[in-house]
Every structure is written in C-alpha cells, then in structure tokens.
Write a protein that binds this ligand. Sequence first.
Ligand SMILES: [Zn+2]
Length: 197
Amino acid sequence: MSEEETTNINESIIKCPACGIEGIAKSIMKEIEIPHFGNVLETTILCENCGFKHSDIISLEQNDPARYTLEICKDTLSTRVVRSQSATVSIPEIGVKVEPGPKSEGYVTNVEGILTRFEGAVKTALKMFEDAQSQKNAKATLAEIQELIKGNGTATLIIDDPFGQSNIVSDDVIISEIPSEELKDLKTGFSHIEDRS
Ligand SMILES: [Zn+2]
C-alpha cells in the first residue's frame, strides 16, 4: 500500500446502520490515489457498540462493463487488485467464485490477498457443510488455493464488473468486454462457493 496516496480524509459520527444507535458509529471517507488506476473513494463504517464494520471502494469515474483477466502465478501474487462492491471474482480452474451481494465489500488488495480471501471462505464452508462429498470437494479446493499462494502452478483470475470500477493494475492484465449473454446473467446474490460436483 506504500505507493498509494491518501489525498483527503473525512471523518464523521453517524447512526449505526446495524444496531440503530444514534451518534455512535464512525464513518471514515478517504480519497485514495492508486498509481496507474486513478482516484477511488474508500468508505469505512465502524460501530463500537455492536462491532459492525463495513468498507467499500468506489471508483470516482463511471465506466463501461469490463472483464479483467490475469494469469495467477508466482510473479503476479503481488499485483495490485481493486475489487469494487459490484464485481464478481472467480478462478474457473479451481471452481471458486464470489458474487456481489448486499453485504459484499469493495477493497484494494493484491492477487495473494484475493487467494487468502478464497482460502478463508473455503475454510468457512468446511465448517458449515459436514457431509463427506462437500468435505472432500472443499479440501481439494483448499489445497489448490494454498498451492497458488505458495507460488506453485498457475490459474486464471477473472473479475467481471458491470460498472467497470474494478481493476488489476498490471501490464499483463487483459481487459475485455463481458459477453452480453454473461452480462445479463451476472448475479447480485450472496457470496458463495461454487459447487464442484
Ligand atoms: Zn452498531
């Protein structure tokens, strides 16, 4: 994050959207300039009372729908990734996908950070689904993600953003249109792990 420059910070105390108590939650809005990408607005809401935390990143420019594709490998783990709240993130070879939903967050991370988030989601799934088939699938997925984090093997990172506000900040990124058939079907449901069976 060292290259990024925060140009403007605005803090205020607001009503907590979760517990509803007036004047308790802190709202922090930061304008951040990301090299080779532009200005984004990062909003964080924190409530001391109930522990509610939500953060979001929005690009200050409105763009066309876009698909960002990058090969995940040892050399791209540290590549900067901006994921807006409206983006679908997937790694088709491993069968994992996170779709936008009411609770989804925008964030700035790197490829390794994306993999770590998927790792966390799969570990959660391992606790939630106890049948043998789900356990087997989730463990296989987890092992594949962990190999990629170690820099072993390759896979494809795809970010589909209907508002074009995400980005993968790399000369190697391929930016393309989202095929209209797929754009129509881009979900706004809850985050989930794709069924591999
Ligand atoms: Zn609260």
